[in-house]
Design a binder for this molecule. Structure first.
Ligand SMILES: [Zn+2]
Length: 253
């Protein structure tokens, strides 16, 4: 089976009808990895036909509500549906410290037979391995947001393809490392405000990283959409540009 990425949500911090907060899932022959957890990962995974209990790894890019607020619901639903197998949550110290506090607030140590939750703390420095399987290598690199935030670089071994994901960031050297020579750079396009990037800045990063293709994500959707972000990016980047939509499948081949 060829690996794939499924866009579970494509919106910026304000979700709108049909466009949830940005979250992704990685599907390979033998693994399922969830990247972030917007407000309703359970329904989105259901819509994508994915079994929530098939996921053994969750990567938190940073601890902002639009990226983590669905995690307690997701873990509770896993428990309610009889999960027995452990899950590993990967993130920086900043994210994991807060994740542990959130678990404490819900008194989850008192819930009967709660499955094991492991925490994997990723050093907040360039190109740190988060997860490696025979099929994929995922590393994290700090990017420039308001709080410690990791962008991700995914190497699909069998397909020999690299996909970068900027996460939330303004233009910075870290995001160029993530997208360097990537087959696809998935880059946020919230806008030009501090801690974020406009579509034009995302395109500039794609060009500087020499990425082949650019997929814009985490952009204003619904009534908040103001401009044609593809047209804006096209002024800068000559490779293929598209805009992520919820439930989009990206085949890695
Ligand atoms: Zn954020």
């Amino acid at each position: 089976m060829a690996s794939k990425l499924i866009i579970l949500g494509s919106s910026n911090a304000i979700p709108t009808t049909g466009s949830d907060n940005t979250m992704l899932s990685i599907i390979t022959e033998n693994s399922r990895v969830l990247i972030d957890s917007g407000i309703n990962p359970i329904v989105k995974l259901d819509e994508a036909g994915l079994d929530i209990n098939a996921f053994d790894d969750i990567i938190i890019t940073h601890f902002h509500p639009d990226h983590v607020s669905g995690l307690p619901m997701l873990l509770m639903t896993m428990w309610l549906t009889g999960r027995k197998t452990p899950i590993t949550i990967h993130g920086s110290d900043h994210s994991i410290d807060r994740m542990e506090k959130m678990m404490d607030l819900f008194d989850w140590d008192k819930w009967p037979n709660f499955f094991q939750v492991n925490y994997h703390r990723i050093p907040h420095i360039v190109s740190q391995t988060i997860l490696e399987t025979p099929e994929i290598h995922i590393s994290g690199t700090p990017v420039s947001h308001f709080i410690p935030t990791m962008g991700l670089r995914m190497y699909f071994k069998q397909e020999d393809k690299v996909v970068g994901y900027s996460c939330d960031t303004e233009p910075c050297p870290g995001v160029i490392t993530i997208g360097k020579e990537a087959h696809l750079l998935i880059h946020e396009a919230t806008g030009p405000e501090k801690g974020h990037s406009s579509a034009g800045q995302a395109a500039e990063t794609a060009m500087r990283a020499n990425a082949k293709e650019l997929l814009l994500i985490h952009y204003p959707t619904g009534k908040y959409q103001q401009k044609d972000i593809i047209e804006e990016a096209r002024q800068v980047f000559t490779g293929k540009i598209s805009r992520a939509v919820d439930m989009q499948t990206i085949q890695i081949d």
